[in-house]
Design a binder for this molecule. Structure first.
Ligand SMILES: Cc1ncc(C[n+]2csc(CCOP(=O)(O)OP(=O)(O)O)c2C)c(N)n1
Length: 387
């Protein structure tokens, strides 16, 4: 038990305790993690892992950088728009870009992803227009993208529910005899949810082609990981009977390699994998939250040293795969994207109040039609009321 406790405490990290740095793991104060899969150190050095060779072209590497930079810019713009009263709320992905882009880019055509409310980087990788996501957070529609077309389900706010949806979908894929995989996203806090555990039991029992991708960003709103689990999360998978892998969630190359492997295994009929992407939520839980109430600035400073974008930039620069002109070009593209997101968001038309009745069922039911009629009559009862 002593050994287990030691490992657990080291695992979640203690901002007040100075832990010897892992060689190559960059920041001091960070926990020792012998099982962490890493292909790019925080300093931007490329390292090999015997189980995860990565076959990737120079263009793809530059593409990953572009994804990371544009997604971050989108996120920063969205946070600013919320602060200016243009969005109802925003769930920032700051710090989690590599986990999301790496996982999103590992998906193939025909695969299906089931996100939470934070997976803007995966939405981006699936070709969802950021303005669709913005319309959801502005409260003017329900998302608007076609989940089947994009292979990306609508955002799910009910914690963990999407793991059941994903597992059920994967069991359907299996019964159709299709060679596609399903990727279910969840947070560290969601691992405590009953539905997630039910989903994993079904997935394991039926060898469903689903991969559970857990972004361990260390907090469930204000609740730290140490209150969710006494063992490292990836070790939980063993109890369900499938492999668990811990990957450096701030290393886009490692995330890509590990997720590709797991999705391939799922497609080949080997059943589920649990991936724990070890990362950190650099911002607030959402714009309604003040993280300074429950975590120390020192901890945030330590994680800045593991920034996912800086390390890929360092690698691309040092290895001569990208020059200043390339980075300037991405910066200019990010400026354009931010401008499009801003004007597209503030110009969104408000929905008519009766629009809420349209997306409840594919076909209106008599009961819903009656509710609609009653609501219209109520609105019309006001002078100048909308019809
Ligand atoms: C079933 C349910 N219970 C509670 C909530 C409120 N809630 C919203 S986010 C959240 C924490 C989720 O933490 P985690 O799974 O670690 O994901 P993260 O937000 O850190 O990405 C909670 C409890 C909810 N949305 N759904």
């Amino acid at each position: 038990m002593t050994a287990l406790r030691h490992e657990t405490d080291a695992d979640i990290g203690d901002a007040t305790e100075v832990v010897d740095p892992v060689p190559g793991a960059g920041a001091p104060h960070l926990p020792q993690q012998p099982d962490l899969v890493q292909l790019l150190t925080p300093e931007g050095e490329r390292v090999e892992h015997p189980e995860y060779p990565l076959d990737i072209s120079d263009d793809e590497l530059r593409g990953l950088y572009r994804d990371l930079a544009l997604v971050r810019r989108w996120d920063v713009e969205a946070t600013a728009l919320q602060r200016q009263g243009e969005l109802g709320i925003w769930a920032s992905l700051l710090g989690q870009e590599a986990a999301q882009v790496g996982a999103g880019r590992a998906l193939q055509d025909g695969d299906m992803a089931f996100p939470t409310y934070r997976e803007h980087g995966v939405a981006w990788a699936r070709g969802v227009d950021p303005l669709h996501v913005m319309s959801l957070f502005r409260g003017v529609d329900n998302g608007g993208w076609n989940p089947v077309e994009r292979g990306f389900n609508l955002y799910t706010i009910v914690i963990g529910a999407q793991c059941l949806h994903a597992t059920g979908y994967a069991m359907g894929v299996q019964r159709d005899g299709a060679e596609n995989a399903v990727l279910a996203f969840l947070g560290d806090g969601a691992t405590s949810q009953g539905e997630v555990n039910e989903a994993m039991i079904f997935a394991a029992s039926f060898s469903a082609p689903v991969v559970f991708f857990c972004q361990n960003n260390q907090y469930a709103i204000s609740v730290p990981l140490e209150r969710q689990s006494k063992v490292p999360l990836y070790q939980r998978a063993a109890g369900f009977g499938f492999p668990g892998v811990r990957v450096d969630g701030n290393d886009v190359l490692a995330v890509l390699a590990v997720t590709r492997n797991a999705l391939r295994a799922a497609r080949e009929g080997q059943g589920p994998t649990f991936i724990e992407a070890f990362t950190y939520r650099m911002g607030a839980h959402t714009t309604s939250d003040d993280p300074t109430r429950y975590r120390l600035a020192d901890e945030v400073e330590q994680w800045k040293l593991r920034d996912p974008i800086a390390r890929l930039k360092a690698y691309l620069s040092r290895s001569g795969l990208a020059d200043a002109a390339f980075f300037d070009g991405v910066e200019a593209e990010a400026d354009q994207l931010a401008a499009r997101i801003r004007s597209g968001t503030v110009d969104m038309p408000d929905p008519r109040p009766t629009d809420m009745f349209d997306a409840v069922y594919a076909e209106q039911t008599p009961h819903l039609a009656a509710q609609r009629a009653a609501f219209e009559a109520y609105q019309a009862s006001f002078e100048g009321g909308e019809h």
